[in-house]
Design a protein around this ligand. Structure first.
Ligand code: AMP
Ligand code: MN
Ligand code: MN
Ligand code: MN
Length: 277
């Protein structure tokens, strides 16, 4: 069974519409797909198909979200998997996080203004499908106005860690994020633990804070990774008694290392999060 529990649509920084993403997942033989847009569940309003219609093509769609928060000065992401879209809590989370995104976008824009880039807010806003606005939109705007040539350069020079467009320590706190997910009957999963570039000791500390705050799972597999990375993450997952998740973190076609459903299998030793759906 291929379960891809991490993906993005055009309602955050993904390229495909929800329908196109679902079609691609079916094409790639994915059995279970979670859409986990950054800080929004808007994609699910857009999907006109019923779960039964999607099931007919062999796919189970799982409602999800990827919430941004911070642990000390480290920006981290928490997935809410199998959240109840009818719950008040998930909409409260999306509303408050969106307000934070909007405020942050204004601060990013004024930081860029100091670097001689005017009106980045308007430029970036025009590139958003829904209400979502994030660093990738600013990066794309910088490409569009010829400041940089690639997304990579945009992050390296303007939007990445420590650069003008990196505005930190602004999101709802970790316990609040986890509470919102749990109040929506979802499973709170620490996203892509290897991306934070923490030493193993600090990663264990992060997991302890995450568990103290009510976190239930971690991504043992996130996109392409080495067998060594997978077994290290699986070992941590077991040690900390967490549920295991896996996903591509798909954003767009044309990136073979982040394709829907294409990542190593979860080791047999861990308990998959979908057993609790
Ligand atoms: P935000 O949530 O607004 O802070 O934007 C973070 C998003 O930007 C991530 O989810 C990635 O999709 C994207 N991103 C982060 N770093 C890079 C990078 N170096 N190059 C391209 N995209 C990136
Ligand atoms: Mn993203
Ligand atoms: Mn993420
Ligand atoms: Mn993601």
């Amino acid at each position: 069974m291929i379960c891809d529990l991490h993906s993005h649509t055009s309602f955050s920084d993904g390229v495909l519409t929800p329908r196109e993403l679902i079609d691609r997942a079916i094409e790639k033989d994915v059995d279970m797909l979670a859409i986990t847009d950054h800080d929004t569940v808007d994609a699910f309003n857009e999907i006109q198909l019923t779960q039964d219609e999607i099931n007919q093509d062999g796919l189970t769609l799982i409602p999800g979200i990827e919430l941004s928060t911070q642990w000390g000065s480290v920006g981290i992401h928490v997935l809410g998997l199998n959240v109840d879209l009818g719950s008040e809590s998930i909409h409260t989370a999306a509303r408050i996080q969106s307000e934070t995104r909007l405020e942050r976008a204004k601060r990013i824009s004024s930081n860029l203004e100091k670097k001689g880039i005017e009106n980045a807010f308007d430029g970036a806003s025009r590139l958003s499908a829904g209400t979502y606005i994030g660093r990738p939109q600013f990066a794309q705007h910088l490409i569009n106005i010829g400041k940089v040539e690639t997304m990579h350069d945009a992050f390296k020079k303007y939007m990445g860690d420590g650069k003008a467009g990196d505005v930190k320590n602004h999101w709802a706190e970790l316990p609040q994020i986890i509470q919102w997910i749990r109040d929506a009957n979802g499973i709170a999963v620490l996203a892509h633990p290897l991306k934070y570039k923490l030493t193993r000791t600090r990663l264990k500390r992060l997991l302890d804070s995450f568990i103290d705050a009510g976190g239930q799972g971690m991504e043992v597999v996130s996109g392409q990774q080495t067998p060594q990375q997978t077994s290290a993450m699986a070992q941590l997952c077991e040690q900390k008694n967490l549920l295991a998740s896996c996903g591509s973190d798909f954003h767009m076609p044309g990136k073979p290392w982040a394709e829907l459903g294409r990542f190593p299998l979860l080791p047999k030793s861990v308990t998959p999060a979908w057993e609790r759906f």
